[in-house]
Write a protein of this length. Structure first.
Length: 291
């Protein structure tokens, strides 16, 4: 897996050797996020918490130095003293970069959850069909190692471990431990428990598919109910407040014989653009995944 670090101006591969010199600082700072170890495991980032924290320090220092230097050079070109401004921007950039990099594994983990749950029901259905047709559990898992996104990647990892000599139950339990999706872990637990007690795996899979389908229907209904208040908020913030606010301001300023400041109109347009982007992103993040 290629190492990705957000807002890293310099490639992370070049900064990783340098970060080893900051392990003494990264070890205590990694405790700021108590779930960092699990987030790194579930996001697929093969680094220890102190290594990731030390990498975050190096990226923050590099970004802060680059931004501060650029602003200082801009001041020199314009014959202005930008030293304090450059230092302030550098410190803010460094702090923001460190916090962002430190929380990035959690963001990746949540993104993986959506990717896993997007195709989980379809993959389990194919496995159920394969098992009912008489193939082994290993071959059923092998059949879903392509075409189902993150789910296929997980089952490919499981089957690769089994082919390498790891027992099926152990491979399934290991996959469950490192997986961020609770629904995927439930499916793996169902298969693992059926293998442990020697019961029919198809019965457990059938029940699991039924439960996941009901949960998906409930999520869709809940999302539809949530849209009503959010629609009202959108109408207030993006339509009523800007239009009425501009009208009231124009009327009041006309009574006082004061012209409307020119900055107001581009300011309102800028606010509307930002709000539209935020609202669309927020609603999209709340939307349930439908496969």
């Amino acid at each position: 897996m290629t190492l990705r670090v957000p807002f890293s101006i310099i490639p992370p591969e070049a900064l990783l050797p340098l970060s080893r010199y900051f392990l003494a600082f990264g070890s205590p700072l990694s405790r700021v996020s108590p779930f960092l170890k699990f987030q790194l495991l579930q996001s697929g980032i093969k680094l220890a918490p102190k290594e990731w924290a030390s990498l975050a320090i190096v990226v923050a220092v590099c970004n802060a130095s680059i931004f501060a230097l650029l602003i200082y050079l801009m001041g020199l070109v314009g014959s202005m003293n930008f030293i304090m401004f450059a230092i302030t921007v550098g410190l803010i950039t460094g702090l923001a970069t460190f916090v962002t990099v430190l929380s990035y594994p959690g963001v990746v983990s949540k993104r993986r959850v959506r990717g896993l749950e997007n195709n989980l029901i379809s993959a389990l259905r194919q496995m159920l069909i394969e098992l009912k047709s008489g193939v082994s559990l290993f071959e059923a898992m092998k059949s879903v190692t392509a075409g189902y996104g993150e789910v296929s990647a997980e089952f490919k990892d499981i089957t690769d471990h089994i082919e390498g000599g790891v027992p099926e139950i152990t491979a399934l339990n290991d996959a469950s431990a490192r997986n961020p999706s609770f629904k995927f872990r439930r499916a793996i637990w169902q298969i693992s428990n059926a293998l442990s007690v020697g019961s029919d795996v198809t019965v457990g899979l059938q029940d699991m598919i039924s439960d996941l389908t009901k949960e998906k229907i409930d999520d869709i209904k809940r999302y539809g109910q949530e849209l009503n208040p959010w629609t009202m908020i959108y109408m207030m913030a993006a339509v009523i407040v800007p239009s009425l606010g501009m009208s009231m301001m124009s009327i009041l300023l006309s009574f006082l014989n004061i012209p409307v400041p020119k900055i107001v109109y581009p300011g309102v347009v800028f606010y509307l653009i930002l709000f539209q982007i935020f609202f669309i992103s927020f609603v999209r993040s709340r939307r349930p995944v439908v496969d």
